[in-house]
Design a protein around this ligand. Structure first.
Ligand SMILES: [Zn+2]
Length: 121
């Protein structure tokens, strides 16, 4: 993971350390049907992971940009596209749930700004 994403938080760009450990953040949130797939996880610092909660990855990316944070956009977008591909091979029931939450990254990009983020919908 660290090799792929670097040793920094994909959202705020802070470096990981003993005091600031990395956490696994799900690009397609678990509450949307996202799973622990390698493709669906990125390394994020605890505060970012917590702050993002279950909001859309692209919505959170937008929030970070608004705050002047330098996010690892390339990794986020690449992994989100891969995670979407991976989800298409998942069991239908799982896909259905995720599809309802706008699985396609391009649709997410347009819709993400309105999404209020609730894990348990
Ligand atoms: Zn962070």
């Amino acid at each position: 993971m660290a090799k792929r994403d670097g040793d920094r938080c994909v959202w705020c760009g802070c470096s990981f350390s003993d005091e600031n450990p990395s956490t696994l953040d799900h690009l397609i949130p678990v509450g949307w049907g996202g799973r622990n797939y390698f493709e669906n996880t990125v390394l994020a610092c605890e505060p970012c992971n917590h702050r993002r909660g279950c909001s859309s990855a692209l919505f959170f990316l937008y929030l970070c940009a608004e705050e002047g944070l330098v996010s690892n956009k390339e990794t986020i977008k690449r992994q989100l596209a891969l995670a979407s591909e991976r989800m298409k091979k998942a069991p239908l029931a799982e896909q259905k749930k995720a599809r309802q939450k706008m699985l396609d990254p391009h649709r997410l990009l347009r819709a993400g700004f309105q999404y209020s983020g609730n894990c348990h919908v």
